[in-house]
Design a protein around this ligand. Sequence first.
Ligand code: SAH
Ligand code: SF4
Ligand code: F3S
Length: 459
Amino acid sequence: MNSRAMAEKSEASGRDAGVKRVHIETYGCQMNVYDSERMRDVLAPLGYAPAASAQEADLVILNTCHIREKATEKVYSEIGRLRVLKEERRRRGDDLTIAVAGCVAQAEGEEIARRAPSVDLVVGPQSYHKLPELIARAARARGAALETNFTPEEKFDSLPARAPHGVSAFVSVQEGCDKFCTFCVVPYTRGAEYSRPCAEVLAEVRALASQGVREIVFIGQNVNAYHGAASLAELIARAADIDGVKRIRYTTSHPLEMDDALIELHGREPKLMPFLHLPVQSGSSRILKAMNRRHTAEDYLRIVARLRAARPDLALSSDFIVGFPGERESDFEETLALAREVTFASAYSFKFSRRPGTPAGAMQGQVAEDVKAERLARLQALLNVQQAAFNAAQVNETLEILVAQPGRKPGQVQGRSPYLQAVHFAGDRALIGECVRVRIERASQNSLSGVLADSMAPA
Ligand code: SAH
Ligand code: SF4
Ligand code: F3S
């Protein structure tokens, strides 16, 4: 059988008559990962089962990201690929529904509807509860059904109860951003800051814990700006009292919002894990000012010092942007110096990307592409060394691992260390959901492996 015939056979067998299947491709940040899960929850009552690929799906949703130019370009090339699949289906008297969701849908929805006739529906991040209606509208009418007008409050009020999850679950507590960093599209794609009421969030945590979830990750574009009748520190403290919750994390935080109570909680609440993603973007106070980050490099170092005073083993990660307009070699060297001083356990770093409608996109002093590439390579070399060293330092240590899933090799399971490192070891699947002590034997750039320290007594 040639590959084409094989593909057609698997396609036919994967798409049984009567069973509808949805495939969601997720790009971008934790907010999109969460939203994709919620879209599955919305679609399940309509009879949509998950499909492993677009080939096996009746509905494909691209959950898109607008943060950098490359991310946005990917959407249009992906639509092009799906259009070919849709045309093949149509020749066989069948169809494929193509939906564009996420931040590109919010920012460029009307343009997508105009430019890409193969797209059947466009839905913004606050309008996912309207998916069933939009799918019905798309089936009835020509042209894309478009919905980008709802608020986070309307979305959270209308979404169905959550389906059972794995061991760890994202819980969105805050959406949107009022910070307006000059490089960033998020305030435009996700709108103004909104916090979900504390009681509603805690009810969701209780329901998840009763379904076997052991780790709660509170998420938001600015999660530590949370103010849902309680602060984030209060919310975490109350979630830690819920039976079954073993670990709590939160992401992503803004340095300006690291208040005393939250810093202090890191030293006091054992369920709050000693890992914090705290983006700094640059080590140059001059560039931070132009970015409208509203803190200096020294402020950031002071916050880190206070966090480490509260929790000495706290591991930190960050986001960096190199080549922001006006960034000189000396500014970039300040970024390297800050990274050397803090020492990050992991980090993401990006070349500045000019985004339409943002102040920085129109600034004087844009940095040449080759200079950005060269600075990024130097920064990443340093951050990679720091990450490898952080992992290597765990060898011969015994860490408590929350076992999350089967490992890649038979007889193995894998989980996460308190510092969010992936850890593999030989163990029974019955351990999934347990915290066990593992002695670390080997470290690589991205993961650790070891042996169960005491297979008889889960910690
Ligand atoms: N506070 C947010 C940040 C979202 S964007 C959160 O919840 O994660 C994630 C990262 O993308 C930012 O921290 C920044 O480092 C990077 N980023 C944002 N806009 C960018 C741009 N125009 N060019 C390059 N990187 C950018
Ligand atoms: Fe973007 Fe800044 Fe808001 Fe983060 S804090 S989402 S980088 S505007
Ligand atoms: Fe991207 Fe939107 Fe997240 S632009 S980074 S998916 S909030």
